[in-house]
Design a binder for this molecule. Structure first.
Ligand code: NAD
Length: 282
């Protein structure tokens, strides 16, 4: 299936990154958010990223301008109706996503592919909000989108082979490395990563080692570019807790229980970089 126009829902951290990469690849992009200021912030972010790329001689001024000219920002959901594929990247709230997909299902022709960038919500559950579960798939980009190579492509229970192939080709065209997985709580990325961070927090709670020591062991011993506690601070400890709770609830398995220290820190407002305090001070 030929993709020419991409609709991105949400102009936040992930949405504007996805819009940027799509436009840089040469696609026409419609990026939609609920308020004009959020759309403008998203476009400003893309502009800043591209300007830095010009300064570093990675792209020309002309490429920057062409990329920006391919992105149409909007607050009107109707503007998404003639897109070949929709990539949804709004906040991680299943009710908001349900409302959006139901509306888009009425608005877009039946051939339009729907994808979600969700970190935790089952793809099969969201596909069931629409009358096109065979044309619904997960496209899990990593943050920051322009720099990170991986796209976890998540097949829902009823996703067709044709849609999977189209989305894999699209991700490759964007210069990404798509990796196909089946729908399961946390997919692969968060099912492996987040319990590791949770376990590192248990090491702090159980006084096994200091924060810096735990991070150094994983950096120097396992060749991780960043220690798990610093990474938890970067992701946001509230997000880490949320994902652990999803794994715990979905699997009903005590091995996914969130560490009490993690809960305590989130309750205290120690969310990591975004609040200036997590396992480190910022
Ligand atoms: N931030 C990450 O590191 C990361 C990584 C992978 C996946 N994700 C997933 O990507 C999605 C987006 O996360 P984010 O970090 O970009 O969030 P964000 O809060 O930065 O941006 C979300 C945007 O969605 C907008 N929005 C809310 N309701 C909307 C609606 N009805 N229509 C259009 N826009 C609407 C908000 O105004 C906001 O601008 C989430 O599902 C998240 O789980 C995030």
């Amino acid at each position: 299936m030929k993709i020419e126009k991409i609709g991105v829902v949400g102009a936040g951290t992930m949405g504007n990154g996805i819009a940027q990469v799509s436009a840089q690849t040469g696609y026409q992009v419609v990026m939609r958010d609920i308020k004009q200021e959020f759309v403008d912030d998203g476009i400003d972010n893309i502009n800043r990223f591209l300007s830095r790329s010009v300064e570093k001689d990675k792209i020309s001024e002309q490429e920057k301008e062409e990329t920006l000219s391919r992105i149409q920002g909007t607050v009107d959901i109707e503007d998404l109706k003639d897109c070949d594929i929709i990539i949804e990247a709004v906040i991680e709230d299943v009710e908001i996503k349900e409302e959006i997909f139901k509306k888009l299902d009425e608005l877009c022709p039946s051939k339009t592919i729907f994808t979600s960038n969700t970190s935790t919500i089952p793809i099969t559950k969201m596909a069931a909000f629409t009358d096109r579960p065979d044309r619904f798939i997960g496209m899990h980009f990593m943050n920051p989108v322009p720099l990170m190579k991986l796209v976890e492509v998540i097949r829902g229970f009823r996703t067709s082979d044709e849609v999977t192939d189209t989305v894999i080709s699209l991700a490759e065209d964007m210069g990404k490395v798509p990796v196909e997985v089946n729908d399961s709580p946390g997919f692969v990325s968060n099912r492996v990563l987040i319990p590791m961070i949770n376990e590192a927090i248990y090491c702090v709670q159980n006084d096994v080692a200091e924060v810096e020591a735990i991070d150094n062991i994983m950096k120097l011993g396992m060749n991780h570019p960043m220690g798990p506690l610093a990474l938890g601070d970067l992701i946001g400890l509230d997000t880490v807790l949320h994902i652990m709770e999803v794994l715990y609830d979905e699997f009903n398995d005590s091995k996914y229980r969130p560490c009490p220290l993690l809960k305590k820190m989130v309750r205290a407002g120690y969310l990591g970089r975004k609040t200036g305090q997590g396992f480190y001070e910022y």
